[in-house]
Design a protein around this ligand. Structure first.
Ligand code: IMP
Length: 205
Protein backbone atom coordinates (compact mmCIF):
# COMPACT_ATOMS: atom_id res chain seq x y z
CA UNK A 1 0.00 0.00 0.00
CA UNK A 2 1.50 3.42 -0.91
CA UNK A 3 2.34 5.54 2.11
CA UNK A 4 2.08 9.28 2.69
CA UNK A 5 4.07 11.01 5.42
CA UNK A 6 2.26 13.59 7.54
CA UNK A 7 4.04 15.96 9.90
CA UNK A 8 1.65 16.23 12.83
CA UNK A 9 1.32 14.99 16.37
CA UNK A 10 -2.38 15.90 16.48
CA UNK A 11 -4.28 12.58 16.81
CA UNK A 12 -7.46 14.23 15.46
CA UNK A 13 -5.72 15.31 12.27
CA UNK A 14 -4.06 11.91 11.86
CA UNK A 15 -7.41 10.19 12.27
CA UNK A 16 -8.98 12.49 9.64
CA UNK A 17 -6.14 11.91 7.18
CA UNK A 18 -6.35 8.15 7.67
CA UNK A 19 -10.11 8.34 6.92
CA UNK A 20 -9.49 10.46 3.82
CA UNK A 21 -6.71 8.17 2.56
CA UNK A 22 -8.52 4.87 3.04
CA UNK A 23 -10.73 5.02 -0.09
CA UNK A 24 -7.60 5.67 -2.16
CA UNK A 25 -5.76 2.62 -0.78
CA UNK A 26 -3.18 4.88 0.85
CA UNK A 27 -1.64 4.48 4.28
CA UNK A 28 -0.96 7.54 6.41
CA UNK A 29 2.18 7.60 8.51
CA UNK A 30 3.48 10.17 10.94
CA UNK A 31 7.15 11.13 10.54
CA UNK A 32 8.92 8.38 12.47
CA UNK A 33 10.82 10.56 14.96
CA UNK A 34 8.33 13.44 14.91
CA UNK A 35 8.17 14.04 18.69
CA UNK A 36 11.94 14.49 18.92
CA UNK A 37 12.25 16.98 16.03
CA UNK A 38 12.63 20.72 16.65
CA UNK A 39 9.24 22.43 16.54
CA UNK A 40 8.15 25.13 14.13
CA UNK A 41 7.02 28.52 15.39
CA UNK A 42 3.66 28.90 13.63
CA UNK A 43 3.86 32.68 13.37
CA UNK A 44 2.52 33.10 9.81
CA UNK A 45 -0.43 35.41 9.13
CA UNK A 46 -2.13 32.90 6.87
CA UNK A 47 -2.86 29.17 6.87
CA UNK A 48 -0.78 28.85 3.72
CA UNK A 49 2.28 30.54 5.24
CA UNK A 50 2.20 28.20 8.23
CA UNK A 51 1.50 25.09 6.13
CA UNK A 52 4.48 25.87 3.89
CA UNK A 53 6.69 26.58 6.87
CA UNK A 54 5.80 23.30 8.59
CA UNK A 55 6.04 21.16 5.45
CA UNK A 56 9.42 22.64 4.47
CA UNK A 57 10.84 22.30 7.96
CA UNK A 58 9.80 18.71 8.55
CA UNK A 59 10.64 17.52 5.04
CA UNK A 60 14.31 18.20 5.87
CA UNK A 61 14.10 15.22 8.25
CA UNK A 62 12.87 12.72 5.62
CA UNK A 63 15.36 13.03 2.76
CA UNK A 64 13.86 12.57 -0.70
CA UNK A 65 10.32 11.99 0.57
CA UNK A 66 7.21 14.11 0.12
CA UNK A 67 6.06 15.35 3.52
CA UNK A 68 2.62 16.86 4.09
CA UNK A 69 1.78 19.39 6.79
CA UNK A 70 -1.63 20.90 7.43
CA UNK A 71 -2.40 24.27 8.90
CA UNK A 72 -6.06 24.63 9.65
CA UNK A 73 -8.61 26.43 11.73
CA UNK A 74 -12.01 27.97 12.10
CA UNK A 75 -12.98 31.36 10.64
CA UNK A 76 -16.08 32.91 12.20
CA UNK A 77 -17.65 35.78 10.25
CA UNK A 78 -19.12 37.58 13.29
CA UNK A 79 -15.62 37.59 14.83
CA UNK A 80 -13.92 39.07 11.78
CA UNK A 81 -12.42 35.69 10.82
CA UNK A 82 -11.15 34.79 14.32
CA UNK A 83 -9.92 32.45 15.68
CA UNK A 84 -8.39 31.75 12.23
CA UNK A 85 -4.67 30.95 12.32
CA UNK A 86 -4.85 31.14 16.12
CA UNK A 87 -7.50 28.41 16.42
CA UNK A 88 -5.26 26.00 18.32
CA UNK A 89 -4.56 28.56 21.08
CA UNK A 90 -7.74 30.64 21.13
CA UNK A 91 -8.31 30.27 24.88
CA UNK A 92 -5.16 32.25 25.62
CA UNK A 93 -5.45 35.96 26.46
CA UNK A 94 -3.10 36.84 23.64
CA UNK A 95 -3.16 33.86 21.26
CA UNK A 96 -0.76 35.50 18.80
CA UNK A 97 1.97 35.65 21.47
CA UNK A 98 1.64 32.04 22.55
CA UNK A 99 3.58 29.21 20.93
CA UNK A 100 1.97 26.24 22.68
CA UNK A 101 -1.64 25.15 22.17
CA UNK A 102 -4.51 25.55 24.62
CA UNK A 103 -6.89 22.64 25.08
CA UNK A 104 -9.96 22.00 22.93
CA UNK A 105 -12.46 22.41 25.74
CA UNK A 106 -11.05 25.80 26.77
CA UNK A 107 -11.02 26.95 23.13
CA UNK A 108 -14.66 25.91 22.70
CA UNK A 109 -15.64 27.69 25.92
CA UNK A 110 -14.10 30.91 24.64
CA UNK A 111 -15.84 30.56 21.28
CA UNK A 112 -19.23 30.12 22.97
CA UNK A 113 -18.52 33.17 25.13
CA UNK A 114 -17.44 35.38 22.22
CA UNK A 115 -20.61 34.50 20.28
CA UNK A 116 -23.01 34.79 23.19
CA UNK A 117 -24.90 37.80 21.82
CA UNK A 118 -24.74 36.80 18.17
CA UNK A 119 -28.09 35.59 16.73
CA UNK A 120 -28.28 32.23 14.88
CA UNK A 121 -28.47 33.79 11.40
CA UNK A 122 -25.13 35.57 11.97
CA UNK A 123 -23.21 32.58 13.35
CA UNK A 124 -21.75 31.55 10.01
CA UNK A 125 -18.18 30.34 9.60
CA UNK A 126 -15.93 27.85 7.94
CA UNK A 127 -13.22 25.35 8.63
CA UNK A 128 -10.19 25.88 6.41
CA UNK A 129 -7.35 23.47 5.78
CA UNK A 130 -4.25 24.27 3.79
CA UNK A 131 -2.04 21.30 3.11
CA UNK A 132 1.57 21.90 2.14
CA UNK A 133 3.55 19.24 0.27
CA UNK A 134 7.32 19.65 0.49
CA UNK A 135 10.45 17.67 -0.33
CA UNK A 136 13.95 18.36 1.01
CA UNK A 137 12.95 21.76 2.38
CA UNK A 138 11.08 23.04 -0.68
CA UNK A 139 7.34 23.40 -1.14
CA UNK A 140 6.10 21.52 -4.21
CA UNK A 141 2.43 22.50 -3.98
CA UNK A 142 -0.31 23.63 -1.59
CA UNK A 143 -3.92 22.45 -1.48
CA UNK A 144 -6.86 24.21 0.15
CA UNK A 145 -10.14 22.84 1.39
CA UNK A 146 -12.99 24.49 3.26
CA UNK A 147 -16.34 23.58 4.79
CA UNK A 148 -19.11 26.09 5.53
CA UNK A 149 -21.21 25.80 8.68
CA UNK A 150 -22.97 27.42 11.63
CA UNK A 151 -21.46 27.79 15.11
CA UNK A 152 -23.78 26.38 17.81
CA UNK A 153 -24.07 27.73 21.34
CA UNK A 154 -23.59 24.31 22.95
CA UNK A 155 -21.64 21.21 21.92
CA UNK A 156 -23.20 18.22 20.14
CA UNK A 157 -21.59 14.86 19.43
CA UNK A 158 -18.52 13.07 20.70
CA UNK A 159 -16.47 12.19 17.62
CA UNK A 160 -13.74 14.35 16.17
CA UNK A 161 -11.62 16.97 17.91
CA UNK A 162 -11.18 20.73 18.31
CA UNK A 163 -14.26 22.76 17.44
CA UNK A 164 -16.11 19.81 15.84
CA UNK A 165 -18.90 19.67 18.48
CA UNK A 166 -19.80 23.34 17.86
CA UNK A 167 -19.62 23.20 14.07
CA UNK A 168 -23.03 22.42 12.58
CA UNK A 169 -22.97 21.36 8.96
CA UNK A 170 -26.42 22.15 7.45
CA UNK A 171 -25.89 19.97 4.38
CA UNK A 172 -26.44 16.81 6.41
CA UNK A 173 -27.85 18.40 9.59
CA UNK A 174 -25.10 17.16 11.89
CA UNK A 175 -22.22 18.70 13.76
CA UNK A 176 -18.75 17.59 12.66
CA UNK A 177 -18.55 15.69 15.99
CA UNK A 178 -21.54 13.59 14.86
CA UNK A 179 -19.91 12.49 11.61
CA UNK A 180 -18.49 9.03 10.94
CA UNK A 181 -14.86 9.00 9.73
CA UNK A 182 -16.18 8.40 6.19
CA UNK A 183 -18.53 11.39 6.39
CA UNK A 184 -15.82 13.63 7.82
CA UNK A 185 -13.51 12.59 4.99
CA UNK A 186 -16.08 13.41 2.33
CA UNK A 187 -17.40 16.72 3.74
CA UNK A 188 -14.51 18.25 5.64
CA UNK A 189 -11.96 20.89 4.71
CA UNK A 190 -9.20 18.34 5.39
CA UNK A 191 -10.82 15.71 3.17
CA UNK A 192 -11.13 18.22 0.32
CA UNK A 193 -7.51 19.36 0.61
CA UNK A 194 -6.34 15.75 0.76
CA UNK A 195 -8.32 14.81 -2.39
CA UNK A 196 -6.66 17.71 -4.21
CA UNK A 197 -3.28 16.36 -3.09
CA UNK A 198 -4.18 12.89 -4.40
CA UNK A 199 -5.14 14.28 -7.84
CA UNK A 200 -1.91 16.28 -7.95
CA UNK A 201 0.21 13.28 -6.93
CA UNK A 202 -1.37 11.14 -9.68
CA UNK A 203 -0.46 13.83 -12.24
CA UNK A 204 3.10 14.09 -10.85
CA UNK A 205 4.02 10.42 -10.61
P1 IMP B 1 -2.94 23.92 13.74
O1 IMP B 1 -3.27 23.68 12.30
O2 IMP B 1 -2.15 22.80 14.33
O3 IMP B 1 -2.37 25.27 13.98
O4 IMP B 1 -4.27 23.88 14.59
C1 IMP B 1 -5.51 23.79 14.04
C2 IMP B 1 -6.58 24.04 15.09
O5 IMP B 1 -7.79 24.39 14.40
C3 IMP B 1 -6.91 22.77 15.88
O6 IMP B 1 -6.21 22.71 17.09
C4 IMP B 1 -8.41 22.93 16.12
O7 IMP B 1 -8.63 23.76 17.22
C5 IMP B 1 -8.88 23.66 14.87
N1 IMP B 1 -9.27 22.69 13.82
C6 IMP B 1 -8.66 22.47 12.62
N2 IMP B 1 -9.27 21.50 11.94
C7 IMP B 1 -10.28 21.09 12.72
C8 IMP B 1 -11.26 20.08 12.55
O8 IMP B 1 -11.32 19.33 11.57
N3 IMP B 1 -12.13 19.97 13.55
C9 IMP B 1 -12.11 20.75 14.66
N4 IMP B 1 -11.20 21.68 14.89
C10 IMP B 1 -10.29 21.86 13.90
Amino acid sequence: MPRVLIATSNPGKLHDFAGAALPHGIEIASLSNFASLPEVNEDGDTFEANARKKAEHYSRYAAGEIVLADDSGLEVDALGGAPGVHSARYAADQPHLLTNNTNDEANNTRLIRELKKVPPQNRTGRFVCVLGAARDGETLAVFRGQAEGIILDSPRGSNGFGYDPLFYFPQIQKTFAELTPEEKASYSHRGEAFRKFISWSIDHR
